[in-house]
Design a protein around this ligand. Structure first.
Ligand code: MG
Ligand code: MG
Length: 249
């Protein structure tokens, strides 16, 4: 069941989303060669708690970190570690959730460290554009498949692999609510998009194929061919005035 949110709940989600966005900004600025992913995690947790919120991911199904930090061929759910250091040329994907006043914001960004290959920069740019296309399609009266399709069109246009095993989702009172929102699909099918939907849209796109596997740690999702991946995510409210991104500063 898709839980519709009231205006009051959406206003609270905007506060949670703002904390997420500010945390991502802050931690992204720390990203540089020699910094460990554990340091990013520690700083994110402090930042979230100082804002009066709780890191949603910490302990979620046993996840040990406050954020996910995924490097290069790691797609999502990378576990932060004080023994894992960022290097020049890395792609660093950071996923963050904050619970504030009973509601949740969920967002992710990917950062290129120093000099990267042009195609890697394209990967980031196209993934961000795929997210934007999804957001623009989250309009009252359209179909869920329109959002998925809009993301897919940008990904295909950029010749990127689409991860199919993980997808966007409803978010709000819980981290993962209905509906699931794949990053591919047919336009014109699926539930009708309605005011009060709050969804996390999150294309995960790869330079190679879309195939992925999970490492022995039980969490880290990596590309099957070892090529880099990017991940951008926003929490979005569908309103009668159009889509509203809640995870902005
Ligand atoms: Mg997320
Ligand atoms: Mg999410």
């Amino acid at each position: 069941m898709i839980v519709l949110k009231t205006e009051e709940e959406i206003a609270r989600m905007r506060e949670a989303g703002r904390i997420v966005a500010r945390t991502l900004n802050h931690v992204s600025q720390m990203v540089q060669p020699g910094v460990s992913t554990g340091e990013l995690d520690r700083e994110a947790e402090l930042f979230i708690r100082r804002a009066g919120a709780v890191p949603t991911f910490k302990g979620y199904q046993g996840f040990p970190g406050s954020i996910c930090v995924s490097l290069n061929d790691e797609v999502v759910h990378g576990i932060p570690s004080f023994e894992r250091f960022i290097r020049e040329g890395d792609v660093v994907s950071i996923d963050c959730g904050a619970t504030f006043d009973g509601v949740i914001g969920d967002a992710a960004t990917s950062v290129a460290v120093g000099k990267c290959r042009p195609r890697v920069l394209e990967l980031l740019d196209i993934t961000k554009r795929a997210l934007d296309a999804g957001v623009r399609s989250a309009v009252v009266g359209r179909r869920l498949g329109d959002i998925s399709h809009a993301i897919e069109v940008v990904a295909r246009g950029g010749r990127l692999g689409i991860v199919r095993e993980y997808c966007g989702h409803g978010v709000g009172r819980e981290l993962h609510e209905a509906p699931q929102i794949p990053n591919f699909g047919r336009a014109g099918v699926g539930p009708v998009v309605a005011a009060g939907w709050t969804v996390a849209l999150e294309p995960m796109l790869n330079l190679g194929t879309g195939d992925v596997r999970v490492l022995a740690d039980g969490w880290t999702v990596v590309t099957a061919d070892g090529k880099p991946s990017a991940h951008f995510e926003h929490t979005v409210a569908v309103t009668t005035k159009g889509p509203v991104i809640l995870t902005l500063v």
